[in-house]
Ligand binder design. Sequence first.
Ligand code: ZN
Length: 140
Amino acid sequence: MIVMCPHCGALNRVPEEKLNANPTCGKCKKPLFTGQPVEMNSEQFMKALTKTDQPMVVDFWASWCGPCKMFAPTFAQVASQFEPRARFVKINTETNPELSAQFGIRSIPTIAIFKNGQMVDQIAGALPPQQFAQWVAQHV
Ligand SMILES: [Zn+2]
């Protein structure tokens, strides 16, 4: 599988059976999975979308959005449960408005799942942790 390093953005080829063995980046030597969501800008996200093989769970958020802040710990908690099966990504819609436009994000928070370069599902609004984890599990 092709995995993007959350620290330096390098693309790493990792055999699927090694995903759970704490793989590190060939370039910067840092862990490829930290159990934490990764903040990405448009450029990083489009690279991950087009060049990597992992499903991505994406939180479209904004700093002024109260429900987004309330949902952030849930997103982080579920990220730690699902890595390395999926990459959890945060997109700030204030600094990356073109991504929201491209993917038709009309309200925030919106959580979307991408597989094979395509959005396969999205939900608007925050879910409690257990329901959110169930929704992710349907797709990854
Ligand atoms: Zn790296």
